[in-house]
Ligand binder design. Structure first.
Ligand SMILES: [Mg+2]
Length: 185
């Protein structure tokens, strides 16, 4: 059976993990939501490629140290690998550039890179996130989009609903994984 999505792109903070301070600079402060892996097991039925795409502009302001970011991403990779979840790469944007092609969401840079490096058809992919920029970049690339109310989601909900084209709004990643059939045709 052909899998539904070429790839599922996940935002990091507020989507698969808590977002307590707006940035995280220590692996000890990095906590997955308790439902994240149950959700990812369900989502894995629809794609054999996951990517994480995360804005980490704290790198350019000194709030985040690159070694600490790498420790966090090594931890994330280990947790996916333990569960045989195919996390193909973690892309991060380290500055505040907001051009159309920039790495920082809603720039399309991280997605273009994934598309080139892993031969992904973005129009046949899904973006899941809790920020308006996640939905904006998904719209730019004609991806399917799921907006989550975890993290910053509640704060962005009105703006997202009035300015973005969102396929599904869910309370959290697990609910999204259970309701994903609503956006499959
Ligand atoms: Mg987020």
């Amino acid at each position: 059976m052909k899998l539904k999505f070429d790839a599922i792109f996940l935002d990091r903070d507020g989507t698969i993990s808590h977002d307590p301070y707006g940035y995280i600079n220590d692996v000890k402060d990095y906590d997955f939501f308790d439902f994240t892996f149950e959700a990812l097991e369900l989502l894995h039925q629809y794609s054999d490629k996951f990517f994480i795409v995360t804005n980490q502009s704290g790198l350019s302001t000194g709030k985040i140290d690159i070694d600490n970011l790498e420790s966090i991403h090594a931890y994330i990779n280990d947790e996916f690998r333990k569960r045989k979840l195919p996390l193909k790469n973690i892309y991060f944007a380290d500055n505040y550039d907001e051009d159309y092609f920039s790495m920082r969401k809603p720039g399309i840079g991280m997605f273009q890179k994934a598309s080139e490096e892993f031969n992904i058809n973005l129009e046949n992919s899904l973006m899941i996130g809790d920020s308006i920029v996640d939905m904006q970049v998904g719209n730019r690339l004609k991806m399917k989009t799921i907006f989550l109310l975890t993290g910053m989601g509640n704060d962005y909900l009105n703006d997202v609903q009035s300015t973005c084209d969102v396929d599904l709004v869910s309370n959290n990643l697990l609910e999204a994984a259970k309701d994903i059939r609503l956006i499959l045709q």
